[in-house]
Write a protein that binds this ligand. Sequence first.
Ligand SMILES: Cc1cc2nc3c(=O)[nH]c(=O)nc-3n(C[C@H](O)[C@H](O)[C@H](O)COP(=O)(O)OP(=O)(O)OC[C@H]3O[C@@H](n4cnc5c(N)ncnc54)[C@H](O)[C@@H]3O)c2cc1C
Length: 458
Amino acid sequence: MAGRYDVIVIGAGPTGENVADRAVRGGLAAVVVESELVGGECSYWACMPSKALLRPAAAVAEAGAVRGVSGARLEPAEVLARRDSFTHDWKDDGQVGWLNGAKIDLVRGHGRLTGERTVAVGDVTLTARHAVVVATGTGALVPPALAGVKPWTSREATSAKSAPSRLAIVGGGVVGCEMAAAWSALGARVTLLSRGGLLGKLPAFAGELVAAGLRDAGVDVRTGVGVSAATRAGADGPVTLTLDDGTSLAADEVLAAAGRTPRTADIGLAAVGLEDGSWLPVDDTMRVAGVAGGWLYAAGDVNHLALLTHMGKYQARVCGDAIAARAAGREPAVRDLASATRVPQVVFTIPEVGAVGLTAEQAAAAGLRTRVVEYELGDVAGASLFADGYRGRAQMVVDEDRKVIVGLTLAGPGTGEMIHAATIAVVGEVPLDRLWHAVPAYPTMSEVWLRLLEAYGL
Ligand SMILES: Cc1cc2nc3c(=O)[nH]c(=O)nc-3n(C[C@H](O)[C@H](O)[C@H](O)COP(=O)(O)OP(=O)(O)OC[C@H]3O[C@@H](n4cnc5c(N)ncnc54)[C@H](O)[C@@H]3O)c2cc1C
């Protein structure tokens, strides 16, 4: 069997779906190839189920932080049932319906490049008139020490049907911290092990506030420690972890939350002159470097620019538009306004962390002359109304030569919803003396903007 399209997209995660949609809107015929569920990691084993597990715990914590409110409590079975409703019980009919509505064809199976503009899916051969897009995402990276003990990965951590009694989490990044918050709220005794501090890519105060929040929730947070060996008793017995501080730790399940690896080991990269298993570096239009003819693109997690759904979807729009423009004989307008230096992110722990742009260290490494201003969020009237004893902090990184904000981090309850204002300021490169006239409403937590600008000297 054979099929001919303008664009072939391998992987129907949020990125692949949006590349195809954008290409179709640009007048092209597109097909997506999907080996598991249409909707990808994000819909079934990442963003949606993890946030569905976390939101009830945050709601209870918020209610418990306001004098005069009592009685809010978690019902684990209901939380898990609500999570299942967000993943549609791991069925993709809804998203397949969306593909149909968007006039995107779907071929189910494992897609593999077999040569220029050609993809094999079982005995089906697809050829592309214009472009092939790799949007195959990432899988969990399992550290060698855990390889023999059937560890949980992010998949089990987001889809488990009940809480283990004791859960050890290896890795203090976003997935480790979020899953520690979720499963401790759902009844597991959680130990979180991190070689460095928590959330090491963000300013240190964010990780410290999150560590304090996790400890308040009963999590045993251990920083500066890694796992050197692990054994499991029998097939499903407890796991014993040997830690590199000489101690050991027993758990019923262990979650490997130590990073991600590209899903490119078996997609035929070698057939087109690339290295199997590698990340796929791209230019501003998501075209893969070093492929003659410029027909191969990579978008989303797999290009390693920013492992976040919203950034994958942004790249998808850039990529789909670029393919449609080139197909029409035009050079695409390069719009990398939300490039790697301006990525927004929310960590949905208790408290939340919202961040966009560069940290002070990243700005210095990029050669910028910066000034860093910080403010205690709890000193803002809106924060004290939001929660009694509010703990939180804000940090603004200003490019002193251009007088614009290049990075902003907010850590504290409710800050996730505040980060888009910062994204607009950073991506829009709004000059500080203009920002000064964007008056935050009283008494909201957004008044931290005013306080930061005052602290800066305006
Ligand atoms: C626990 C967890 C929580 C997260 N929470 C958030 C969050 O709150 N917000 C956020 O922005 N990001 C979050 N992320 C990151 C987010 O999940 C990813 O950035 C996003 O899923 C990437 O989308 P993608 O389309 O590039 O890849 P994926 O979502 O991984 O989709 C890739 C698709 O390609 C398919 N595929 C792979 N190989 C083949 C092949 N050879 N043939 C056919 N199909 C193939 C896969 O089956 C999959 O459906 C989280 C990640 C994890 C692990």
